[in-house]
Design a protein around this ligand. Structure first.
Ligand SMILES: Nc1ncnc2c1ncn2[C@@H]1O[C@H](COP(=O)(O)OP(=O)(O)OP(=O)(O)O)[C@@H](O)[C@H]1O
Ligand SMILES: [Mg+2]
Length: 257
């Protein structure tokens, strides 16, 4: 199952009309790694996430999950792979509005062939792990933003994915809720051995990662400057005392390519 580099991109290019959203991206994400993808608006972060997850096919280059070249697969096979191997968390949860929290989390299990009884039991236990068991019979409009993100995380993790892709998962939350959602997400991913690729503008969200890369103008690397934790460090609304509490369990390697 695991490999030293489960997710690997080589020479990715993606264009939308005349816009070159990705202009030759190479990236390896290690098994169990929490990788933060930062960079300015419009730099290509979401496009990169979608290409890595097989949501879009690059114009050139390859994306591989272990020995599987995702970018060569036809859409039905990519859809199966996304369902079985990946979990997704977006900025606004994107829970199905007419389904209860429990049904939202049950759905991916039903789609992967679990019996209804087993799926509901497993979904309920994930709601509990995320601290939102009491929302199980509520629909998304009846829960808070932070609760909705926790339900979305339960839905992303319930199938035991190898990789969780999160695009601005804390972007709609206040800083306290953001902090607690990120702690939960990274703790659970580390417990389950899942790899996380998280796109974020927020240095405090990125601080939960083992490593960060910066996308600029459709490329990875370039100068990180003070945009992330570089020069801000303890200042920018991020008291030094907090940092120790949040210290990841593994050494943090900051990429400053
Ligand atoms: N479906 C699309 N059709 C046309 N252009 C697109 C599409 N998706 C992205 N783009 C363009 O590609 C570039 C990269 O977009 P992308 O969404 O990847 O940026 P981003 O780094 O995620 O930005 P943000 O931080 O604002 O979410 C932008 O110029 C954007 O306008
Ligand atoms: Mg984006």
């Amino acid at each position: 199952m695991s490999g030293s580099a489960p997710l690997s991109a080589r020479g990715l290019t993606v264009s939308f009309g005349r816009t070159e959203a990705l202009r030759g991206v190479d990236l390896d994400v290690e098994a169990g790694e929490v990788l933060a993808v930062m960079g300015p608006s419009g730099s290509g972060k979401s496009t990169l996430l979608h290409a890595l997850a097989g949501v879009i096919v690059p114009d050139s280059g390859t994306v591989s999950l272990g020995d599987t070249v995702i970018s060569d697969l036809p859409e039905p096979a990519r859809a199966q792979l996304r369902l079985r191997e990946f979990g997704f968390v977006f900025q606004f949860g994107q829970l199905l509005p007419d389904l209860t929290a429990l049904d939202n989390v049950t759905l991916p299990l039903l789609l992967t062939g679990h019996s209804r009884r087993r799926a509901r039991r497993q979904a309920a236990s994930w709601l509990e792990r995320l601290g939102v068991a009491d929302t199980r019979d509520q629909v998304p409009s009846e829960v808070s933003g932070g609760q909705a993100q926790r339900i979305a995380i339960a839905r992303a993790l319930v199938t035991g994915p190898r990789v969780v892709f999160a695009d601005e998962p804390t972007g709609s939350l206040d800083s306290l809720a953001a902090e607690s959602v990120m702690t939960t997400l990274t703790d659970l991913a580390r417990d389950t051995g899942a790899t996380i690729v998280v796109v974020t503008h927020d240095p405090r969200t990125a601080a939960h990662a083992d490593r960060e890369v910066v996308v600029r103008d459709g490329r990875i690397g370039g100068r990180t400057g003070g945009g992330a934790r570089g020069e801000a460090g303890g200042e920018a609304g991020c008291p030094a005392g907090d940092d120790a509490d949040r210290a990841p369990r593994r050494p943090v390697v900051r990429t400053r390519a």
